[in-house]
Write a protein that binds this ligand. Sequence first.
Ligand code: GTP
Ligand code: MG
Length: 261
Amino acid sequence: MEEEEAGVRGSLWRCSAVFDRLGLLPLHAERVLARMQEIHGEDRRPPETLAQEVAIAKSALLQLWRPTPRPGSKESAPLHVFIGVPGSGKSTVLCKWLAQTLLIDNQPARVWRLDGRTTNASELVSLYGEILRVRVERTWNGRDDGAVAGFVDLAGVDFHDRESVDGLAETLARLPGATVHLVLNAAYTVPLLMAQARAFSGLPVDDMILTHLDEETSWGKLWNLVLGTTYPVSRLSAGQNIPGRFWEAQAEHLSGSLFGP
Ligand SMILES: Nc1nc2c(ncn2[C@@H]2O[C@H](COP(=O)(O)OP(=O)(O)OP(=O)(O)O)[C@@H](O)[C@H]2O)c(=O)[nH]1
Ligand SMILES: [Mg+2]
């Protein structure tokens, strides 16, 4: 009887070890286990085999995955704004997405490289603007044509510095209707990534884009961002090459070993 109750509370689930290997923080593993118990039946002991448990774990993770809302109608193409700490990969992501928009989707785009409280000194976007033959505007005069996708490059912000984060909030307030992407370097440790997500949580963030996936082998740890924030993970980026590897994120991408054949 005691054993049965322990099972209901989750401690008999052998999946805990799988979640450890995936890199889930205990708090987030608990949340997945709770969802598994819900799926399996609150009063039932865990299933006989680990394979059955893993199948339930997959269902639980798929339920906990936050899908990215579909882009708006053609009349209002998105205005993408990328925020995050210096060097997280914002400009690289912008260039990848811009190149996909122009070269693969065959759609026009407008690009701005804007200063905030500090100058946005990075030349990357201007350089790719020349290569891709798109004018990179240096001042924000509003968007006269909402049907054309827009991309805004901003300087990185030290997430420890309250004033800089406030300055970024002011800049974002000048860009109403923008889709704000928080760009995070996935090769950072989970505590650092969580601290960044928390520091920017006062801003109107729509989703997260994870970069540097070529430098990180433990993609499973990124589930902590899914489970520990209120934002969807919209896109993943691996490598410096443009257009390079840049794709829409799905739950399966972050948990290959669990979702594998
Ligand atoms: N290995 C690897 N390097 C990357 C990736 N994304 C960006 N980089 C490199 O990381 C450095 C910073 O990238 P940027 O795109 O300039 O970063 P940023 O966030 O715009 O930086 P700031 O404008 O200074 O805030 C550059 O050397 C990029 O080539 C990635 O996915 N993998
Ligand atoms: Mg930049």
